[in-house]
Design a binder for this molecule. Structure first.
Ligand SMILES: NC(=O)c1ccc[n+]([C@@H]2O[C@H](COP(=O)([O-])OP(=O)(O)OC[C@H]3O[C@@H](n4cnc5c(N)ncnc54)[C@H](O)[C@@H]3O)[C@@H](O)[C@H]2O)c1
Length: 249
């Protein structure tokens, strides 16, 4: 069997980095795309030292040329899976939310996903299909997150994008799904200004039925599952990975 190739945006740290490690361990050839060059290069180098096939490419999801050129430079005969994981969360009260802040979050979280899907789909289809996975959020599917209207809106829009792409490209054997993580311990959630911070995470664990904050690996395992043949009949879905948070009364 030929080796499968996967592109992971925002793969330098956090959930994306854990996902890169899991795909590498599962035998994939991995491309990590990110704006954090030194972290991404270090993570790729560490995986290469462990004997895996991993490379890093600089890619700013807000730049159409970065995305197009980065995909062209690394896709070889087409990616088997594309993981649209890169995302930013900025705290901004709604009445202070200006055009630039709104547009920048949309540009990275939503437009970045559209860009990378559009860049990767032609070769993916030409080679017979593949899997697209977007990282949305519980705040995009069910959970209100005050002072994060731009973030939550971008994440909700990813659900629409996922469903539309699943329908449009299903006939060409492309599956599109999304994952909505709950509270996961990463730089994003530990950010004291823009998110819950370390103390907030401790309190949040009590609200999770499974009694703990999630680790990046908890999400990464589900990403790899959705990309794999084990998920061959799953498309257009959003899988919530939140330790039971959303169903708690
Ligand atoms: N951590 C959580 O609790 C949580 C919850 C729900 C959803 N998510 C989502 O999961 C995804 C991963 O989050 P995380 O917690 O690992 O965040 P993180 O901040 O630890 O990592 C995000 C990664 O995206 C990259 N990135 C940011 N802007 C970029 C850009 N313009 N171009 C390319 N890469 C860029 C960062 O450099 C970083 O490597 C995000 O989309 C996030 O919104 C996270």
């Amino acid at each position: 069997m030929t080796q499968q190739r996967v592109l992971i945006t925002g793969g330098s740290i956090g959930i994306g980095a854990a996902t890169a490690s899991k795909f590498a361990a599962a035998g994939y050839s991995v491309v990590i795309a990110d704006v954090l060059d030194s972290e991404g290069e270090a993570h790729a180098a560490e995986l290469v030292r462990s004997g895996f096939d991993v490379e890093f490419v600089h890619m700013d999801m807000a730049s159409a040329s970065d995305v197009t050129e980065g995909v062209r430079a690394t896709e070889r005969d087409g990616f088997d899976a594309v993981i649209a994981n890169a995302g930013i969360a900025r705290l901004t009260p709604f009445l202070s939310l200006g055009e630039e802040s709104w547009k920048h979050t949309m540009d990275v979280n939503l437009e970045g996903t559209r860009r990378v899907y559009q860049a990767a789909l032609p070769a993916m289809i030409a080679k017979g299909g593949g899997s697209l996975v977007a990282l949305t959020s519980i705040s995009g599917v069910a959970y209100g997150w005050g002072e994060h209207a731009h973030y939550s809106t971008s994440k909700a829009a990813l659900v629409g994008l996922t469903r539309a792409v699943a329908v449009e490209f299903g006939g060409r054997q492309v599956r599109a799904n999304a994952i909505a993580p709950g509270f996961i311990r990463t730089a994003q959630s530990l950010d004291e200004v823009n998110s819950m911070g370390a103390a907030g995470m401790v309190g949040a664990a009590d609200r999770v039925p499974l009694g703990r904050i999630g680790d990046p690996d908890d999400v990464a395992d589900v990403v790899v599952f959705l990309a794999s043949d084990a998920a061959r009949y799953i498309s257009g879905q959003v899988i919530v990975v939140d330790g039971g948070l959303l169903v708690k009364q």
